[in-house]
Ligand binder design. Sequence first.
Ligand code: PMP
Length: 399
Amino acid sequence: MSNVELTQRWQGAMMDNYGTPRVPLTHGEGATVWDADGKEYLDFVSGIAVNSLGHAHPAVVRAVSDQIATLGHVSNLFVAEPPVALAERLLQLFGRAGRVYFSNSGAEAVEAAFKIGRRTGRTHMVATTGGFHGRTMGSLALTGQPAKQEPFLPLPGDVTHVPYGDVEALRAAVTTDTALVILEPIQGENGVIVPPAGYLAAAREITRATGTLLVLDEVQTGIGRTGHWFEHQAQGVEPDVVTLAKGLGGGLPIGATLAFGPAADLLTPGQHGSTFGGNPVSCAAAVAVLDTIEADGILDRVKRAGERLRDGIESLDHALIGHVRGAGLLLGIVLTESLAPQVQQAAQDAGLLVNATGPDVVRLAPPLVVGDDEVDTLLRGLPGVLTAVLNAAHAAHEG
Ligand code: PMP
């Protein structure tokens, strides 16, 4: 099976939600993946910040194979140990009393938060322009990206979107009728946008004063991605609800909604649920991810590798690089020209997988276990890629 054959089969059978597919991948190990033609790539996308321990990590492989061989699924009609162990482990990482609801994706984790918000008896919600919270109808109502919303209007809910990072806009929008405020600690899909210092703390103060739930969407920033278990912990803020997914399952589908204090008891039996949520295999994989992050000191490694990557990119001093933003191993290279899709393609041709988020931002989100040598390989390859893209763009412009 070649790249061309697999792509043709994709085009014949798959609903085209994503436009022209990128290269078909067949297998991976650590931060390396291979395509159907046998070409090797360094993976700085990680399934969009999902493969936290890289591809085929032995701890995840073992946890999944042991669990599927023991008890693959029970539904929510029965209890299994892995979801309980995972919930206990997550609550322990937060160090607060709370409750956990498991689902299968980030959007579903947000959907549950939306319903928790509704159970306050208030209907108004506040989210941020450019924010991304998923594409199911409730989560899409909170996603602040009109192009993704417009094909599906009307969306449920009474949602006000305010500019991200603007404390006064938030203060003006949130009232004692507001059920929840939902924020990403760093906007991921919108191009790795870091809010001004103190933004989350201000959101906490505003929501506390109005009796509004503060929901922090850590689907992309959570589980060590920024060098902390959860990015809001680095900022010293205690939310009422947290949503997780992506890196939690180390490649298996899982979403989690954690609720603390009174928010933990707003959903009552019969109001919400999911057949697959809390699936023992996904939960066993997630426990293995958390155990490995802890046992191998991966948070410190993320901080160090993130600094190496960021410093390295900044010191390339390239004409196409404006600046670098983000935290840990969630970084955005802001280009000086709108050439991010071209950089993504040229990098792929050079064996480097990166991700264009918008016209001028290249997102880097390698596995949390990425090695210094792999960071250096990317840093060595990047200048040639950027120069080729810049030269081609200028040649096209002149020609
Ligand atoms: N919230 C955030 C912050 C995300 O980045 C994403 C996915 N990019 C989602 C929610 C939705 O997650 P999923 O694609 O698993 O539904």
